[in-house]
Design a protein around this ligand. Sequence first.
Ligand code: FES
Length: 323
Amino acid sequence: MQPNPTLQVRVARKCSEAQDICSLELHPLAGESLPAFTAGSHIDLHLPGGLVRQYSLCNDPADATHYMLGVLRDAASRGGSAAVHELLHEGQQITISAPRNHFTLHAGQPARHVLLAGGIGITPLLAMAWQLARDGADFALHYCARSRDRMAFAGLLQSMPWADRVHLHLDDEGDAQRLDMAALLGTPRDGLHLYVCGPKGFMDAALGMARTAGWSEAQLHYEFFAGEAVQREGDGAFEVEISSTGQVVRVAPEQTVVQALAGIGIEVQTSCEQGVCGTCLTRVLSGEPEHRDMYLTEDEQAACDQFLPCCSRAKSPRLVLDL
Ligand code: FES
């Protein structure tokens, strides 16, 4: 697999959109153009200090003259969102990747799309709403936030020609404003597709409710923010063998393969550490990986000859790695 190509862009605009949320408008350098993208795509942002983080594109996919991102300053982050907020400035030239899409709109002919955003999860769904409106599709966008001052892009959404499809739900404005998720998801119908993006608790609640109500997996589309799907309850230990030396290391349930390898002095180059960028891609010579990345395609994962050791684990007791 080829590494995702990179390109240089300029931060043309940086605005505060809500409490702890800024938007970035990225323009191509003079004489250049940006690759087209589809709704649900994200790019890697190469940040000052060497961090690489992934952010969804939230502008109209029909207009690739620029890319727009919305970034929440996350108190729990390991520096990525803080670097965006503190170190990126208008006029700065930065490196990004070409867009990739792991959160696509259903391509068939559904009767209706329900877009459900929690907080900063609005970003990919905003691009989807643009696309669905342009396609003349039947859709509704439900956007939940703790309070109005934390709701990015609310003014933009309310000014759209399709503003009547947008439903804003605010936790602090009483029961009438809060989303009745059980009512929204209680009756799955053929042709209905649900797209969910937001914090893990929000997504777990929405997807759990939908599955209980009888939505099929084919009707559910979601994107966890990077890093949230890496470790799961019930993860077990397994072994990793280094093919060049025969060395074997145990990967404990709370460790990643990268961490276990670092423990015996083997450094695997990483960037996102969240299964998104592909930097740590490693060949697997035998054993069966349990893929948890958002980088490899389904076919590439099924081939079981490579995996992302920053997040993926093993289904077999041992993996032999080409290291
Ligand atoms: S470091 Fe990005 S996918 Fe592993």
